[in-house]
Design a protein around this ligand. Structure first.
Ligand code: IPD
Ligand code: CA
Ligand code: CA
Length: 266
């Protein structure tokens, strides 16, 4: 963050929180309304609320920071020569949203010089907001959070998610699900990768893995895990990237045992 001043970072951070609340309020107000649903695939839905939420975020970013890049899940791909890029998921957990299952988030990750420096994940249905600035820790509703201290896989509560398409990764992950289930205290599948990552960050979960995610699903949550003292990688020991195909996120202790189990079973 060499060339960015502390007050510039704080300004962007506060704006990210404010607009996640603005989009979140819109989502919450429309949660019990009848939804206009389009299908991107068999079970991959998008509603008018996803689109409007992205529109709110895009307009709010552009009006305050007209020069920043923006990448959004639904339609935004604004390219400029700025080193700052907002990576947004207007609703992470659309299937949950459609069914009224309150695990839903507005996810905003901000990249600077190819690194995520700010993360905001707001669940407007449960009034839970997770935030982080690189080098300054992670917060849940304004209170500092840390990853869990669970040391053994047998004592861990884990989570994963599955791709919408019943592709090769779906079937491979069913196998991994079985193995992790046999070797832990349980595996959850809540339907929002951004929230799964925040739950690792605050110790509600001890580890999380998933295939086929996109940068808007994981940019914010991955920084929130890291700043809470957690670890990130791909399924091997390779360095994590929000643009990569696989993500493994754990507390301080479970990275190696989770990687080992994945390697043995792929
Ligand atoms: C989905 C959620 C889900 C994950 C899917 C994602 P969406 O995002 O993060 O947990 O398993 O792979 O696509 O479509 O609700 O924004
Ligand atoms: Ca998503
Ligand atoms: Ca989405």
């Amino acid at each position: 963050m060499a060339n960015l001043k502390e007050n510039e970072i704080l300004d962007i951070y506060h704006h990210a929180i404010n607009i996640s609340r603005k989009a979140g309020d819109y989502i919450a107000r429309n949660a019990s309304e009848s939804l206009d649903i389009d299908y991107k695939g068999r079970a991959n839905m998008v509603t008018q609320v996803d689109k409007k939420s992205e529109e709110i975020l895009q307009e709010e970013i552009t009006s305050r920071f007209p020069h920043h890049k923006i990448l959004g899940e639904e339609f935004t791909d604004k390219d400029t020569d700025s080193e700052l890029k907002w990576i947004i998921d207007p609703i992470d957990g659309t299937t949950n949203f459609v069914h009224g299952y309150p695990v839903v988030a507005v996810s905003i990750g901000i990249e600077y010089d190819n690194e995520i420096i700010i993360g905001v994940v707001n669940n407007p249905l449960l009034n839970e907001i997770f935030t982080a600035i690189k080098g300054h820790g992670s917060y849940y509703n304004g209170k500092r959070i840390e990853v869990s201290k669970v040391k053994k896989l047998e004592e861990a509560l884990l989570a994963t998610g599955f791709p919408y398409k019943l592709n090769d990764h779906f079937y491979k992950n069913m196998e991994l699900f079985k193995k992790f289930y046999e070797n832990s205290q349980g595996v959850r599948r809540a339907g929002s990768a951004a929230i799964d990552l925040c739950y690792v960050a605050c110790g509600r979960l001890d580890g999380f893995w998933e295939y086929d995610l996109n940068p808007w699903d994981v940019s914010a949550g991955s920084l929130i895990v890291k700043e809470a003292g957690g670890r990130l990688s791909s399924f091997s020991s390779e360095k994590f990237s929000p643009y990569a195909d696989e993500i493994l996120a754990t507390n301080k202790f479970l990275m190696e045992p989770m990687q080992k189990l994945i390697q043995e079973n792929l």
